[in-house]
Design a protein around this ligand. Structure first.
Ligand code: AMP
Ligand code: MG
Length: 419
């Protein structure tokens, strides 16, 4: 990444980079981590699978009953009349019946118990009248083979049950356990170092002096980075001094695969992030056609990927979810996918000027008619963290949009999918 050659969007007058273009360039520039570790199943929750998993068994491993009832021979249940059979034993889950069912016979069977030899059909116990060792039921309506779960119906021996890049959630953990796998290889955790920049920032726990504000960005970042796939390092608040910023960059690059900073990426006099990245690493500086989050520095610092996020708290969150999260997923080896987007009807007019794509904060709800509606959280300044806190979604307004009228459809990105 040569600063002058790729810095196509930094000069005033040149077109801004779209959100989609930015994301594409970021994903092109980074590669998945090439290291994995072996973990016991329970410790792997939330991690990304590094190798394909093949089943060594059929699941279920044997034909078994889907109901509590009686295992019978389907051929004994033909004709339109009553069937009478003799009970010759029982098959419990875990304790199979070892004999063979002959014509005119049946076996008491429980859900999950092995189908006895000779039987291929189960009659629910509710449909049976039992008298001593005899059962009676109507043949009508009995379908040969009914209520039997077949070996290998879920997974066959030799099947690939999970591919690399899959995130291990509850279903995957259960699936792995069902094929008897106790340990898996997962992508090693991504090391992320981050710091805030700004002379005005005070740590919480200290009273504010004149002109000071509390540093909130390190707290939102900590929370957004709190994932099983990440190990994070908080490097604190760095003052707006060239040497201090340089030192923090060096320290971060030494310890991390990914370095995030907030603030200092604009063109103000105390903005040292961009020039330090240019000096110590490789930089792309982009003016993004988005609101909030216009300036974004992206590049490389030694072996680490670097994002210089804007300083405003909402901009930090928006750029994190739109650019850093896809990068994290790529580095973690996760299968690429776009965040879920749904359409909802606006409950009121939304103001917007054409030019930049907006990520307004909204509340997505199920309306009275069962359809989705979305309403704005109100004021949309990039310094208003309350607008994020009240929201459960981003309302996506395309660059060319000049606002939305009440009742029109808009694209919405639910926060629930931004994990
Ligand atoms: P900057 O890009 O450094 O000029 O910052 C833009 C705005 O975000 C300024 O109003 C800063 O005070 C504010 N800001 C920067 N860093 C933080 C932070 N860590 N927490 C809260 N606000 C911040
Ligand atoms: Mg600043």
């Amino acid at each position: 990444m040569n600063p002058t050659a790729t810095d196509c969007c930094a000069s005033p007058g040149q077109s801004l980079l779209s959100v989609a273009q930015g994301r594409e360039r970021i994903l092109q520039a980074i590669a998945p981590l090439d290291a994995s570790e072996q973990l016991p199943l329970r410790a792997a929750t939330g991690r990304i699978l590094a190798t394909a998993i093949t089943s060594g068994i059929d699941v279920p491993p044997f034909d078994n009953s889907a109901m509590d009832g009686y295992a019978v021979r389907g051929e004994d249940c033909t004709g339109g009349t009553q069937v009478t059979l003799t009970v010759i034993g029982a098959s419990f889950a875990g304790t199979p019946f070892t004999g063979e069912v002959q014509a005119g016979q049946c076996v008491r069977i429980m859900t999950g118990a092995v189908m006895p030899g000779g039987a291929d059909t189960v009659i629910m116990q509710e449909q049976v009248e039992r008298d001593g060792e005899q059962i009676r039921f109507a043949a009508q309506g009995v379908r040969s083979g009914q209520h039997v779960r077949h070996a290998g119906e879920d997974t066959r021996c030799g099947d690939t049950v999970l591919a690399p890049g899959v995130r291990i959630g509850a279903a995957e953990t259960g699936l792995l356990a069902s094929v008897g796998i106790a340990e898996i290889s997962v992508v090693r955790r991504l090391r992320v170092a981050y710091f805030s920049t700004g002379d005005e920032l005070t740590g919480i726990g200290t009273p504010l002096a004149a002109g000071q504000i509390y540093d909130s960005n390190r707290y939102t970042l900590h929370s957004m980075l709190n994932r099983p796939t990440i190990e994070c390092y908080d490097l604190g608040v760095i003052p707006d001094q060239r040497d201090a910023v340089r030192e923090a960059f060096r320290q971060a690059a030494d310890m991390a695969d990914l370095v995030l900073t907030s603030g200092g990426v604009s063109v103000g006099e105390a903005d040292y992030v961009t020039e330090t990245l240019e000096e110590l690493g490789e930089i792309n500086f982009w003016r993004m056609a988005m609101k909030p989050g216009k300036p974004l520095a992206f590049g490389r610092l030694d072996n680490a990927v670097f994002f210089g996020l804007p300083g405003n708290p909402v901009s930090v969150m928006v750029t994190f979810y739109q650019f850093v999260l896809p990068a994290i997923r790529r580095m973690n080896g996760e299968n690429p996918r776009d965040p879920l987007q749904v359409q909802a009807r606006c409950t009121a007019d939304l103001k917007k000027a054409p030019g930049r794509m907006e990520f307004q904060r909204g509340v997505l709800e199920t309306g009275p008619d069962g359809g989705l509606t979305v309403s704005s959280t109100g004021m949309q300044g990039s310094h208003l963290l309350t607008s994020m806190s009240r929201a459960n979604c981003f309302i996506l307004l395309p660059a060319e949009s000049s606002g939305v009228r009440k009742g029109e459809w808009v694209g919405v990105q639910p926060f629930a999918d931004l994990y």
